[in-house]
Design a protein around this ligand. Structure first.
Ligand code: SF4
Length: 351
């Protein structure tokens, strides 16, 4: 059964940095409080009641967990111990910076139930990291990933394509480097320009141009395809449309509340264009896909199907016998199949 994530947003107070793109100080306030033991317990109990028997994972998002003093980390994890012991909580996830990960920390965190460490890698290009004010190198990220793997914990790398100095080729190389280092999964958050950040200043001065929504979708499509080929999970594409992110706080960049859906739709749209190229105009066409990917295959607002209908008499039929990477197209007594991993190839020149 898929676990339900119980989220805890910790304040920025553990992080001594000021990355160019980060507005955590604005969102959480420099005096933001960590959740109390009582609040943590209350939240777990409440989420358990609505989880309908599904297991729970606790996740600490925001800020840099391991940059907090150890007594504060322990205070956050202690209330979860009884829930871990009785099986209410399956595992705990934390997010942090690569240069705040030590073997000692990991050993202690593992003892307190932490199983997944999310690392804000952002880029594996030192020039991009430097220009973004990250304060660490790509080597530090590689080392952190290896430390986490050595403790037999799961590691998720967060990547941020489109920062100053980044290119599509460098973004793809960043993805490949975290995969080679041992990342189990990635999150892809294309850079957005948030009001009040250093990035906003560069954008307003005209010295930084972020990825547009279209450019970001094209690049994320290539990254998603590459990750799929490498059998690496992409847990999320695009920042969550949570409080604080809206059209007045996001000044520019690749942001959309349904970015992941747009990217997956673009990928399936490309496969459908490739597969239908030889289907005669006006032919009745049945597109079969696994039910769980139907909306991505249809496209955002059914855009892909509407586009194909200008040429073909097509409809989508869910078919649970198909795997999650395959489409089967039936037309005029013929069937053709297409696989997302093997039938699509991308060149970065297209991005
Ligand atoms: S390390 Fe993370 S929390 Fe700290 S300033 Fe950078 S992005 Fe923000």
């Amino acid at each position: 059964m898929k676990p339900v994530t119980v989220p805890f947003f910790i304040s920025h107070q553990g992080c001594p940095h000021a990355c160019l793109f980060c507005d955590q100080r604005t969102i959480s306030g420099s005096a933001g409080d960590l959740p109390s033991s009582g609040q943590i317990i209350e939240r777990v109990v409440a989420w358990k009641q609505t989880a309908a028997g599904r297991p729970l994972d606790a996740a600490f998002f925001g800020g840099s967990f391991t940059a907090l003093p150890w007594h504060a980390q322990k205070r956050l994890l202690a209330p979860l111990q009884p829930f871990l012991a009785d099986g209410t909580i399956r595992s705990v996830r934390i997010s942090t910076r690569p240069d705040y990960v030590t073997v000692d920390q990991l050993v202690r965190l593992k003892r307190m139930g932490v199983f997944t460490v999310e690392l804000g890698v952002q880029s594996m290009d030192d020039e991009v990291l430097k220009r973004s004010g990250r304060g660490h190198t790509a080597d530090a990220s590689e080392k952190a990933i290896r430390h986490v793997k050595d403790q037999e914990l799961s590691v998720v790398a967060q990547l941020m394509p489109g920062l100053p100095g980044d290119t599509p080729a460098a973004s793809r190389e960043s993805l490949m480097r975290v995969i080679r280092a041992g990342a189990d999964a990635v999150r892809i958050y294309p850079a957005v320009v948030l009001a009040g950040t250093g990035l906003a200043r560069l954008f307003q001065e005209g010295s930084y141009r972020p990825l547009s929504l279209g450019q970001g979708i094209d690049l994320c499509k290539v990254l998603l395809h590459q990750a799929n080929r490498e059998r690496i999970k992409v847990l999320r594409i695009g920042l969550q449309a949570e409080t604080g992110l809206n059209h007045s706080t996001v000044l520019a960049g690749c942001w959309h509340p349904a970015l992941g859906h747009l990217v997956r739709s673009a990928l399936w749209g490309d496969l459908l264009d490739h597969l239908t190229a030889g289907v005669p105009d006006g032919a009745p066409l049945v597109i079969r896909c696994h039910p769980s990917i139907r909306s991505d295959v249809a496209g955002h607002g059914s855009g892909t199907i509407k586009r194909l209908r200008s040429r073909l008499d097509c409809r989508i039929v869910p078919d649970s016998a198909l795997d999650l990477q395959t489409l089967a197209l039936d037309f005029m007594d013929q069937r053709i199949t297409g696989n997302l991993l093997t039938d699509l190839n991308y060149s970065l020149k297209e991005v």
